[in-house]
Each structure stands twice: as C-alpha cells, then as structure tokens.
Design a protein around this ligand. Structure first.
Ligand code: ATP
Ligand code: ZN
Length: 210
C-alpha cells in the first residue's frame, strides 16, 4: 500500500500543536527531534520534520503529500496547493505597525515611506491594492527593531499578543492578513482515500474541541 508523507514544522510555534493534533488523530509515532522522518506505526504515513518556510514548496512539488503550515507562509511563497482544513491554532495577524511618535495616521501617509518586513510578497500586493507606493525593505528577522535603528519608517510583521510591538515602541496600525495553521495537500491528493480518512480524523478531533 502507498505511504503518504506529511510535512510539519521541526521546531517552533507550530511544532507542538501539529504533533498533538496528529497524536489525537490516533497516529502512533516517535517525535524524534533529531530525525527528519518518523514513520507512523499504525497508519501508512510518514512524518517529515522541516522548516516551516520549506513546507509549501515541498507539498506543491509532491515531495510531501500533505503539510501543516501557517497561511502566511503559503501566501508568501505563492504556491499552488489544495487547502484541506483550517486547524484553529497558530493564529496571528500580519500587521503594519508604526513608531509611537510617527505622524502616520492613514495608509496614504505611508506613500514614500519605507517598510521593513519578512513578507515582501504579501506586503507588495497589499500596498498595490491600496494604492500606496512605499519602499519595501526585506529583512529575515527582528523586523520590530528596524524603525528604532533608523532602517525603516514602519514595519509589517506577525503579531499574536502585540507584546513585542509594544516593547519596541510600535503601534499596530492596519491588518494586512489574518493567519492560522492549515492542512494543505498537493493538488489532487484530496481524492486519495487515505487522505480522506485522515481529514475525517482531523475534523473529528477539531469537533471534539469545540
Ligand atoms: P522555522 O525555523 O521553521 O523557519 P520560524 O522561526 O520561521 O520557524 P515560528 O516563529 O516558529 O517560525 O512561527 C511559525 C508560524 O507560527 C508562523 O509562520 C505563523 O504562522 C505562526 N505564528 C503564530 N503566532 C505568531 C507570532 N506571534 N509570531 C510569529 N509567528 C506566529
Ligand atoms: Zn520559518
């Protein structure tokens, strides 16, 4: 019988909840932190532990059949995958934020300004849709310190509680997108019987939590 592969985050904000969800689906596997692949002993499935950024492309290219990843990462990588199920964890928002003493009051005030972000693709589309011409500075981490360093006038970053923004003297100003973890699959996998079985198990775990 064919074995499915599901990619989940190796470590980070989505790892624990992804593992918990799969275990609650009745899947039995070792959660080795050191290995890339863990076989499931009671279902024809293998678990691949990857960096979250790599998951959408791995699924699109069929290296994994399924994946659990934030919608923010999917949108940023612009892949063609099937959305199978929202999972209700990893909730956050991609927000524009400005320094406290900014003089920026409306989106239009961002014209001619610079915005630091790790999500240039999503931000570019948002600015285009809103007719704002701002310069996007792509940086891979610690985006929230860039206005304080004089590297940008504003930032666009993921926020859940807002604590990090506040402690850097930043005020959230507009929502660019809301995100949560989703189960994705390569195109066509939604018709596979094993995938259908797995989605049903996921849905009953989610229903039990309501
Ligand atoms: P990796 O090492 O796998 O690349 P990472 O550092 O890019 O990890 P994490 O910080 O672990 O990623 O975040 C993973 C996902 O968790 C995010 O892409 C997002 O969907 C979600 N998330 C939920 N809340 C937050 C938050 N406050 N900040 C950042 N991401 C969050
Ligand atoms: Zn990442």
């Amino acid at each position: 019988m064919k074995t499915l592969k599901i990619a989940i985050q190796k470590s980070g904000r989505l790892n624990e909840k992804s593992v918990e969800l799969l275990k609650n689906c009745g899947l039995s596997f070792e959660n080795y932190k050191s290995s890339l692949i863990s076989p499931v002993s009671n279902f024809p499935l293998e678990i691949l532990f990857l960096r979250d950024d790599d998951i959408p492309e791995y699924v699109q290219d069929g290296i994994a059949d399924l994946g659990i990843v934030g919608e923010n990462v999917i949108n940023e990588t612009e892949v063609e995958v099937a959305y199978l199920q929202k999972l209700g964890f990893g909730k956050c928002s991609l927000k524009l934020a400005i320094p406290n003493k900014g003089g920026i009051e409306a989106l239009a005030d961002l014209n001619g300004k610079s915005i630091a972000t790790s999500y240039p693709v999503i931000l570019r589309k948002f600015l285009e849709q809103n007719g704002v011409a701002a310069e996007i500075r792509t940086i891979s981490g610690s985006v929230e310190i860039s206005p304080g360093l004089g590297l940008s006038d504003a930032i666009c970053d993921l926020v859940s509680t807002g604590g990090t923004l506040k402690s850097n003297g930043l005020i959230p100003f507009a929502d660019v997108m809301h995100s949560e973890a989703v189960l994705i699959g390569r195109k066509g996998i939604e018709e596979d019987p094993l995938t259908i079985e797995l989605i049903q198990r996921v849905q009953s775990v989610l229903r039990a939590k309501e």
